[in-house]
Design a protein around this ligand. Sequence first.
Ligand SMILES: C[S@@+](CC[C@H](N)C(=O)[O-])C[C@H]1O[C@@H](n2cnc3c(N)ncnc32)[C@H](O)[C@@H]1O
Length: 251
Amino acid sequence: MNAPLQQQDPRFVKSTFSAIASRYDLANHLLSGGLDFLWRFRVARLGARHGPKRILDLATGSGDLAIALKKACPDASVTAADFCLPMLAQARRKGVPALVQADALALPFADGSFDLVTVAFGLRNMADWQAAVLEMRRVLADGGQLIVLDFSLPENPVFLPIYRYYLHHVLPGIAGALTRSREAYRYLGESIESFPSGLNMNALIRSCGFQCEPPRAMTFGIVSVYCGMATGRGSIPKADPDGAGRQNEVR
Ligand SMILES: C[S@@+](CC[C@H](N)C(=O)[O-])C[C@H]1O[C@@H](n2cnc3c(N)ncnc32)[C@H](O)[C@@H]1O
């Protein structure tokens, strides 16, 4: 079994987000040029397609996706969960109602409790991606929808090196000055480099008991959306105790 990388350590992730919580939104909106609203809006619209009544937004952070989901699905109950209290405090300040402090790898919800589970920019930060998606499958009803939004690397060979330069050399400086935590944004670049995207991500999601739609790349491929439908419970593999789904072995 490979030793977990530093970025997989939940204590590191929790303390990193605790440190930047109060400036997280500002950094997000400035560094994405406001595009992050558009990305979450797209997820909320995709989520609304099947008329979900019970929605769970995992790793909700400051709650922007939970807010977009409530707007897109006004009749649904939206539960917003995260394991980092300072991030949840930001969400509470913005009026997100049903907040739960919970670890995505051990959710305090019964099997089949939700029709839609979303996770935006959260899965990449988790200690074991496969175990996390299996836990999302567990709390989804059969036929329920999973939507994952996260960063990906552009496939265009001209744009990729420019983006990498921005990610590793420009962004940590600007975001570090904004949040006073350059380390958090160095970690961001590293985590994006090691996170599966496109068909690799679909393969991971499928291995956890989902039928996948083709990945949707947005903004020149710097983010992607993955949609899966939960198939019958008989097809769900057990979580791998040897950690075969860990991030450094997925690709
Ligand atoms: C980059 S933020 C994303 C927040 C929000 N979803 C958004 O779109 O802005 C990542 C969030 O994932 C949360 N997170 C990471 N690992 C988690 C876990 N195992 N369980 C619950 N939350 C987790 C962090 O606390 C943090 O708030």
